[in-house]
Design a protein around this ligand. Structure first.
Ligand code: DX5
Ligand code: ZN
Length: 227
C-alpha cells in the first residue's frame, strides 16, 4: 500500500478563479489535482479540455495532474493532454474500441495510464491489463456530476481491486471517485483505496486545509485498524 493521496476534483472549484483555487488546495495539503473531462456524449455533462490543463501548468502548477477522461472516443485527445502536462490519464474501458491500444498510446506519450470502473462495470477488464497500468480508479458514483451520493457497492469492488493489485506485486495506485467525504473516507480507506478524489467535500468547505487534515486523520485511523 502506497502513502495516501488526496486528490481534489476541480469540477467543484470556482472556474472563474481556477488557478487560485488549485493553488489554494495544494497549499492546503492536496497531493494531486483531479481533472474531470466530460464531452456531453459519453456522459451528460460538458467540462474542460487540454487548453485548461496547459493553462494550469503555465500558471505554475507543479503537482501531478490526474486527468479523468469521460469522453468517447479516447485515443485522439491523448497526445493533446500529454502535451498539456497531464501526469496520469485515466479512461473508461467502455469508451475505447481497443483498451490495450489506448493504454499503450497513453504510455507512449509519457503519461501514466489508468483504467476507470463505473459502478456496474466488473473488474474483469483488469485480467489482461493490470500489468500495464499505474492506476485503477473505482467510481463510487455514476460519472457526470459532482455532489452525488456514494454508492456502497464500491467498497467491495475496492477490496477486490486491492487484492488483485497486491497479487500483481506492482505499485499500482487504487483511486476512488465520487461522494467521498470526511464521514465515509475511513471506510473507503479500510476497503483498500490509497488515492481519494473529493470534489464537493473539499471545494464546498470553508477551510480546505482543515477538511484535508480531517480526511487524513480518518484515513490514518483506517490504516491503524488494518495493521
Ligand atoms: C464525477 C467526477 C468526480 C466528481 C466527484 O463524474 O468524476 O471526480 O468531481 O465529485 P464529488 O466528490 O463531489 O462526488
Ligand atoms: Zn473524476
Amino acid at each position: 500500500m502506497q502513502a495516501p493521496w488526496i486528490a481534489p476534483s476541480i469540477l467543484s472549484a470556482d472556474f472563474a478563479r481556477l488557478g487560485a483555487e488549485v493553488d489554494a488546495v495544494l497549499a492546503a495539503g492536496a497531493d494531486l489535482i483531479h481533472f474531470d473531462v466530460m464531452d456531453n456524449h459519453y456522459v451528460p455533462n460538458l467540462t474542460i479540455g487540454p487548453l485548461v490543463c496547459e493553462a494550469l501548468r503555465k500558471h505554475g502548477v507543479a503537482a501531478p495532474i490526474d486527468v479523468h477522461l469521460m469522453i468517447r472516443p479516447v485515443d485522439r485527445i491523448v497526445p493533446d493532454f500529454a502535451a498539456a502536462g497531464a501526469t496520469y490519464i485515466t479512461f473508461h474501458p467502455e469508451a475505447s474500441e481497443h483498451v490495450d491500444r489506448t493504454i499503450e498510446i497513453i504510455r507512449e506519450h509519457g503519461c501514466k495510464p489508468g483504467l476507470v470502473f463505473n459502478p456496474a462495470t466488473p473488474l474483469e477488464y483488469l485480467d489482461y491489463t493490470l500489468e500495464k497500468l499505474d492506476l485503477v480508479l473505482i467510481m463510487s458514483v455514476n460519472p457526470g456530476f459532482g455532489g452525488q451520493k456514494f454508492i456502497a457497492t464500491a467498497l467491495r469492488k475496492l477490496t477486490e481491486a486491492r487484492r488483485r493489485i497486491e497479487t500483481s506485486g506492482r505499485a499500482v495506485r487504487l483511486e476512488v471517485d465520487g461522494g467521498v467525504k470526511v464521514d465515509n473516507i475511513r471506510s473507503v480507506a479500510h476497503a483498500g483505496a490509497d488515492t481519494f478524489v473529493a470534489g464537493s467535500a473539499i471545494f464546498g468547505s470553508k477551510d480546505y486545509a482543515q477538511t484535508i487534515r480531517a480526511m487524513r486523520a480518518e484515513i490514518g485511523g483506517a490504516i491503524a485498524k488494518r495493521a
